[in-house]
Design a protein around this ligand. Sequence first.
Ligand SMILES: Cc1cc2nc3c(=O)[nH]c(=O)nc-3n(C[C@H](O)[C@H](O)[C@H](O)COP(=O)(O)OP(=O)(O)OC[C@H]3O[C@@H](n4cnc5c(N)ncnc54)[C@H](O)[C@@H]3O)c2cc1C
Length: 357
Amino acid sequence: MADFKVTELAEDLDFDSLPYWDVVIIGAGPAGLAASLTTAHRGLTTLVIEAKDKPGGQPQFLYPDKKIVDIPGFPDGISGEELSERTYRQAVDALVQFRFNDELVTIEDTDQLEKEDLLKRVVTKNGEYLCRKVVIACGLLHFPRKLPVVDALDSKNVYYKVPKIGDYENGHVVVVGGGDSAFDAAVMALERRGQVDVIVRGESPAAKADTVARVQQSGGRVHCTTEITSAEYDAGAMALTLSSGMQIRADTVIVQIGFLSAKETFQRLDVRLNDDGSIAVDPYFETSRHGLFAVGDVHGDIKLVTVAWAEGIQAAIYAFKEITSPYWLNEKRLRDQKISMIGDKITQAARVKGRKK
Ligand SMILES: Cc1cc2nc3c(=O)[nH]c(=O)nc-3n(C[C@H](O)[C@H](O)[C@H](O)COP(=O)(O)OP(=O)(O)OC[C@H]3O[C@@H](n4cnc5c(N)ncnc54)[C@H](O)[C@@H]3O)c2cc1C
């Protein structure tokens, strides 16, 4: 138990009878949890809508056992599951309210004016919530891309996330994919004395060079320019045929070939999108719609837990400033050098491009 208390919300506040929420946050991943405890610590009533049955986002659902080693302050690493549980506990202690198993459908504008804010209506699968500000932190959505050739086996040993350790210890593991997630999964399997083959469609892996080297040094075999062409059951294991003609037996197949885009949800929100389908934000994480912020993987070029945290915290503080002092952001924008610097850089870049032609 902390020996100081930051939240200003009353312990006995009746959240069920609030006429509206100060802030509604979509997604209880790293970005949403960090944003939520920041607004609640500043005395704002905060509701988090989460599609899954528990909090944590990708670290909780995609790599619960992996030791995350790039978070400052955790020199020995921390598992995705523990990190998620700790952050969630901090949010609950700050009196953040959660609705699990619910999903954002759309966000409507209303003409209901509250303290200089036109309230927004967040429409979800199970209800509707009026609020002053919304933070979109719903990440990539957890719809991993399927690999039809192994999916057709309908096997419980084909995973689209990094499985729990006990599920594959000592077995022969085939990992499909060339990115960081695939090679992280290969390292984990090798650490559990598994034999590992990594199947990479491209000419070379896109994963970090040191992780690829670690896989190879630990005895993992990396097959580039290769795909699985057929898969069948054979005496309790899976028999895979590769495009090179090689045959591999696998106890476990881990497929890490990316995610389907969350574009459809984003389009329903009527916010401006970047060319790659992610949500466009200004330097204050506000989207093209006033009062609607977007943080974490939904817009970010750098997809990391710490970046998601930092963005969630910043957006939460900008939302707080706007609630306590309306038009604060617009006044800041008028004075701020950041905005004019972006304009200058674009003009310079266009000039250089023009000269090259
Ligand atoms: C295999 C793998 C390994 C990784 N390893 C590392 C690492 O070692 N270090 C690191 O820093 N980063 C790592 N990352 C990246 C990191 O996990 C992400 O950058 C981070 O989780 C992004 O946080 P987020 O809150 O933006 O999104 P997410 O973690 O995706 O959370 C979004 C949440 O929103 C919910 N949601 C989605 N849609 C809706 C909806 N419509 N309504 C309600 N809720 C919704 C989701 O269920 C989810 O809980 C890794 C990623 C992967 C896939």
